[in-house]
Design a protein around this ligand. Structure first.
Ligand SMILES: Cc1cc2nc3c(=O)[nH]c(=O)nc-3n(C[C@H](O)[C@H](O)[C@H](O)COP(=O)(O)O)c2cc1C
Length: 504
């Protein structure tokens, strides 16, 4: 990610595109994009699974599935016996039955794994790989298709710009299932609008990859060609594209050119869960963030595109405030992550709720944990990777590799590395010693949090890594009303009461 870009471009707005807000029944309020006021934020990996997104979509709001690592998630659910048959049901609707059958042959274990490790997965690279692309398309199709069994409810999918090599095939799979919105953060998604347009027109799509490379060598281009993968390339409906930004400068930069212009924005505060944009500069606060990192909402509004506010916006007052600032509504994560429909294993959800009840829920902004280099919100819970003794005891190993960066040398040879991988290969491939310190393996930690963690042949089990937003006041306020926990429907109703407040 080019942080310089983030900081350099000014927020020069262009003429407002003008759109109507049609207010019908409360909860049916939609804007010109056909999107409702409440967005249940995408939460990887599989915290915002199809179950959560479907529940929210049924309530008339935007349910967003996480598009992170879905090929691993779906392959592992199949290896666990596919309880309820949902993966198989969705695969039966995949338009390419021979590909669906191949996936079942590869991964489906009717009796489960019997304690054996999950099958190794091919790690993504800057080169297209037909079999892996087919799996990625099918897995993203499955998650969106299942979420969309919510009748007319709207469903979005969330991708991380940083995971560039995973994006084209994943995006195509989501579009094949008729996804209504694509939401992307953790970087500058300038090529995504064009990629979506190309896929909608039945063309192949391209994405340039930010490989570290000598000057004079062009950025590698990753192509996903539906014709090559499936022998046919139908025209598809083009979803809305919402770029997740933290500052008006990035919103202005993206909106200025029609090639990069999204349909709207989610403006995410640095208190939001998961990854955060780095602070403009480290400030003398507990988190390193401060006044410099507050988005200028007047300037965002002046850009003229619909926007939603995210990060600590989960009380009725905060929702009403967002509407009064000119937002369409809010995107909320933490309260949905803690709801009964979230993909988090119930035992971890309950431990976090209990910590909140005891006044001990602690979320730190960790500037070192994520190998992406972005700050990451880590829940400090004993026994999880957020506990120093647990992550330090973990033998380093990189077997999923979603966060690997690519490096091209003078001889045009490509190597991949992740600063959470074992020291020796990392250094051999040209990595710097200081990059290794305090990194947590997000891939394994986050999959363990949703009950899909690897169990290695020597009996080692991956510990979970938990993330939440740092506005724990939202959780405390919700607990006042729902001391025993809540459903996603309760969250939606609470947020809608904020919309009602703003309307009165
Ligand atoms: C468990 C969890 C995982 C998250 N993962 C992602 C993610 O993969 N991609 C993303 O863009 N945002 C992610 N987020 C951010 C949410 O989508 C949302 O913007 C944010 O949580 C809103 O702030 P709140 O938690 O204070 O409501 C995550 C948040 C949580 C709580």
């Amino acid at each position: 990610m080019s942080l310089k870009m983030w900081q350099t471009y000014g927020g020069v707005g262009y003429a407002s595109v003008g759109y109507d807000t049609v207010t019908g029944e409360l909860g049916e309020r939609m804007n010109s994009l056909g999107l409702p006021p409440i967005i249940q934020g995408g939460m990887g990996a599989a915290v915002s699974s199809w179950t959560l997104a479907q529940t929210v979509a049924k309530e008339g709001q935007l349910g967003v599935v996480s598009g992170t690592a879905l090929e691993t998630i779906v392959a592992r659910r199949l290896q666990n016996g596919d309880e309820g048959g949902h993966m198989r049901e969705a695969l039966a609707h995949f338009p390419y039955p021979e590909v669906a059958q191949h996936i079942l042959d590869m991964f489906y274990l009717p009796e489960g794994r019997g304690g054996k490790p999950y099958r190794p997965m091919r790690r993504i690279s800057i080169k297209a790989h037909k079999e892996h692309d087919q799996l990625a398309v099918a897995a993203n199709f499955v998650e969106v298709w299942l979420a969309k069994q919510a009748g007319t409810g709207k469903v979005g999918i969330n991708f991380l710009e940083k995971l560039q090599t995973a994006t084209p095939a994943a995006l195509y799979g989501a579009m094949l299932a008729g996804v209504d919105a694509i939401l992307m953060g953790a970087g500058i998604p300038r090529e995504i609008p064009q990629l979506m347009t190309d896929f909608a027109q039945g063309k192949s799509g391209h994405l340039s990859i930010d490989s570290d490379r000598p000057s004079g060598i062009d950025a590698p281009i990753l192509e996903f060609d539906p014709l090559e993968s499936f022998g046919t390339a139908p025209e598809l409906p083009r979803p809305a594209f919402l770029a997740i930004v933290t500052a008006e400068v990035l919103a202005g930069y993206l909106a200025r050119n029609e090639v990069t212009r999204p349909d709207g924005f989610v403006v995410e505060h640095f208190t939001a869960g998961g990854h955060n944009a780095p602070p403009r500069r480290m400030q003398d606060t507990e988190t390193g963030y401060g006044p410099l990192d507050e988005a200028n909402i007047d300037k965002i509004r002046a850009v003229g595109l619909p926007f939603w506010l995210a990060g600590g916006r989960a009380t009725p007052d905060a929702v009403a405030d967002a509407i009064n600032l000119g937002a369409e509504g809010v995107q909320v994560g933490t309260l949905f992550a803690l709801s009964r429909e979230s993909g988090l294993l119930p035992v971890y959800r309950e431990q976090m709720l209990q910590a909140a009840r005891d006044g001990k829920l602690k979320v730190r902004t960790d500037h070192r944990a994520s190998p992406t280099g972005f700050p990451f919100k880590v829940v400090e819970l004993p026994g999880t990777a957020g506990d120093e003794s647990v992550y330090k005891a973990r033998p380093r190993l990189c077997d999923l590799g979603y966060l690997r960066s690519s490096h091209i040398n003078d001889a045009n040879k490509v190597t991949y590395r992740c600063s959470a991988e074992p020291d020796e290969p990392f250094l051999k491939k040209g990595g710097e010693q200081e990059e290794l310190a305090e990194r947590i393996c997000l891939c394994n930690g986050l999959t363990a949090a949703v009950g899909l963690g690897q169990e290695r042949a020597d009996g080692y089990k991956e510990a979970p890594l938990l993330t939440l937003g740092s506005t724990t006041g939202d959780v405390d306020a919700m607990l006042q009303e729902f001391p025993d926990g809540w459903s996603a429907v309760d969250v939606v109703n609470r947020l809608l009461s904020g919309i009602e407040m703003a309307a009165n």
